[in-house]
Each structure stands twice: as structure tokens, then as C-alpha cells.
Design a protein around this ligand. Structure first.
Ligand SMILES: [Zn+2]
Ligand SMILES: [Zn+2]
Length: 202
């Protein structure tokens, strides 16, 4: 029998579409340069494309790529600066980061406090230029761990120089997508909501 490639579930295809390198450190900056973030990790918690209304609207993008880590030099509960070394370190413009308010059209929560899934500061943008630079929250379910998200769209290098572990592994919240997700034949699984949900394309 001929082996069939499923363009929505094929690791070797995804490795061709998203080639990797050996770098484990990146710099991110906002459009005005006031905020700079250093990312250094061998193993991010998650690298995914999210299609939900909230991420799309917040980033003014038809879909976006986020990389989550578990440590950063900001406290996701208070927004206060931490000293020390972390996977994600705001190295410039920490005081420029401002919290995005919750609001209408957000499928996950009306405010960050009433989400069943997450709590914490949420999305943070540069007060001078408006670029969203960081997600900072904690999980209310399961491990209750901290999560800090950065966006390859703000990186100063292309994604193909970074480790395999940094490359995207899924598309999530595809049921909310405004683009034709089935046309994205990149080998990655497309989930209806989160990665523990049913597949959007089988
Ligand atoms: Zn800025
Ligand atoms: Zn999202």
C-alpha cells in the first residue's frame, strides 16, 4: 500500500517547512526600540500558531506565532521586576511595558481575572509604539505554572537559525480561524481549541 502523507500531521514535512539551526538565544524588540527582550532557552514550553479572536485582534494579524517559556524577569501576578537570570529577560524598557485591558470580543475572558484557564498580567505592549511584546500569566488549572510568551514576529533574526525545539509544533484555536487553515499544509496538527482538544482537520 502506498504511504500517504497527511499535510496536517507529518513531522518530517513540518521539519522541511520550518527548518532549524543551532541558536538558543534571540533578541526581540518593539518597533520604536524602547523595549528589548532577550530569550535564551534550550526547551521552550510551547511554540504554536494561535488563530483565536483574542490573539488575532490583539496583534492585528490573521494568525500569529507565540513561544512560551516558564520563567521571566517579570512576576506574572504583580508585574514587578525580578532580579536574576531567566529564559525571558526584558533587558530594556521594562517600565515601558503596559497591560492590555480585557474587553468585548475576547473569547477566553472579559477580564484577566475571570478566565477559568488563566490569571495574571496578560498581554503587555510598549507604551510608546504599541507593539505587543510579552504575555505573562499563570495557569489556574493543572500544574498552575507560570507562562511567559514572546513573539517571533518581534525577533531580530529569522526563525530558521533557532533550535528545533523553538519551531512551531501546532495550530491551535482553528475553529476561530478567519483564514483557510486547510490550505496551510505544513505537516502540523490543527486543533479545534487547545492541544488537548479534537483535531480541526483529521
Ligand atoms: Zn516601542
Ligand atoms: Zn490565541
Amino acid at each position: 500500500m502506498e504511504s500517504q502523507i497527511n499535510p496536517h500531521d507529518d513531522i518530517s514535512l513540518s521539519e522541511k517547512i520550518y527548518p532549524s539551526g543551532d541558536k538558543s538565544e534571540a533578541q526581540a524588540m518593539c518597533i520604536c526600540g524602547a523595549v528589548k527582550i532577550n530569550i535564551k532557552t534550550q526547551s521552550p514550553e510551547m511554540s504554536t500558531f494561535c488563530h483565536c479572536w483574542s490573539c488575532r485582534r490583539a496583534h492585528s494579524a490573521p494568525m500569529y506565532h507565540v513561544i512560551y517559556c516558564c520563567t521571566a524577569n517579570i512576576d506574572c501576578r504583580t508585574g514587578k521586576k525580578k532580579s536574576g537570570n531567566f529564559e525571558i529577560t526584558v533587558v530594556k524598557g521594562f517600565d515601558h511595558l503596559q497591560q492590555v485591558k480585557g474587553g468585548p470580543g475576547n473569547p477566553n475572558y472579559r477580564t484577566f481575572d475571570d478566565s477559568p484557564r488563566v490569571g495574571g498580567i496578560g498581554r503587555l505592549f510598549c507604551r510608546d509604539c504599541g507593539t505587543i511584546m510579552l504575555n505573562a500569566f499563570y495557569r489556574k488549572i493543572e500544574d498552575k505554572g507560570e507562562r511567559y510568551g514572546v513573539f517571533p514576529g518581534t525577533f531580530t533574526d529569522k526563525m530558521n537559525i533557532f533550535l528545533r525545539a523553538w519551531q512551531p509544533t501546532s495550530h491551535i484555536n482553528c475553529e476561530s480561524a478567519i483564514i483557510n487553515v486547510s490550505a496551510i499544509q505544513d505537516g502540523l496538527k490543527k486543533y479545534q481549541t487547545m492541544t488537548d482538544s479534537e483535531l480541526f482537520i483529521k
